[in-house]
Design a protein around this ligand. Structure first.
Ligand code: SF4
Length: 231
């Protein structure tokens, strides 16, 4: 069965392939991560946008060899790339993979946001996830209405692997408290009013994700499509 993700096309998994997944609703983020590592490491990868370093810190404490990936779109703020350098120093041996855009990638200003995100985020990530059994995200229910029903453990039907969201139940205050208590590296733009940080041309200051693709009507880049019904 084919599924369209804008210009990107992936082969949707047969729903019958979905494994039995546990109900981890009451588990803490660390417990969810420990379960993920126990079940899937090393066929597990963790997405990080580096707008914060919470998930890097938590997962590295559970398993220092676990893989993280960052979508190097070539349009990031310099400050974001500086955070990447800082985490490599702070977490020795950090397994941080930079995923490059496809060949001849689209450009937002000429080809539109959808094509640009597809060639610089969605396709590189989908190609990478084909080699894994499970992936971990930093998605929280409070991020956006589109994320309000995020579960700790889900079946990513569009890609045919398990999707794990250890921070699903956390609030922005929970994140701030963890960052303070563990003296984490923080993104410098957070203190300048950027609630969410993506590529520089598509990110403005604003609460939550309201500064992402502001005024365009676009709210997601397509990375978190998990069902066959909601492209
Ligand atoms: S967020 Fe903007 S610059 Fe980044 S990949 Fe998407 S459209 Fe392109």
């Amino acid at each position: 069965m084919k599924k369209s993700l804008g210009e990107a096309t992936v082969v949707a998994a047969d729903p019958a392939d979905a494994p039995d997944l546990p109900d981890l609703e009451d588990a803490s983020p660390r417990q969810v991560l420990a379960w993920a590592v126990e079940q899937y490491f090393p066929d597990l990868t963790i997405a990080t946008s580096l707008e914060d370093t919470l998930l890097v810190d938590m997962a590295y404490r559970v398993e220092p060899g676990v893989e993280f990936f960052f979508l190097e779109t070539r349009f990031h703020f310099d400050e974001t790339l500086q955070v990447a350098e800082q985490v490599r120093w702070r977490y020795p041996g950090l397994n941080l993979v930079m995923l490059e855009p496809v060949d001849n990638p689209a450009v937002w200003s000429e080809d539109g946001y959808e094509a640009c995100c597809n060639s610089r985020k969605v396709l590189p990530m989908n190609n990478h996830l084909r080699t894994k059994q499970a992936w971990v995200t930093g998605v929280k229910r409070v991020d956006a209405p589109t994320r309000a029903h995020t579960e700790h453990v889900e079946w990513d039907a569009a890609r045919g692997l398990v999707k794990i969201n250890p921070l699903a139940r956390w609030t922005d205050d929970d994140v701030a408290a963890y960052e303070k208590n563990h003296d984490l590296i923080t993104h410098p733009l957070k203190s300048q009013g950027y609630g969410s940080i993506g590529c520089a041309p598509c990110t403005m200051p604003g609460a939550g994700r309201e500064g992402r693709w502001a005024g365009s009507g676009k709210v997601e880049c397509g990375l978190h499509v998990t069902t066959q019904e909601s492209p």
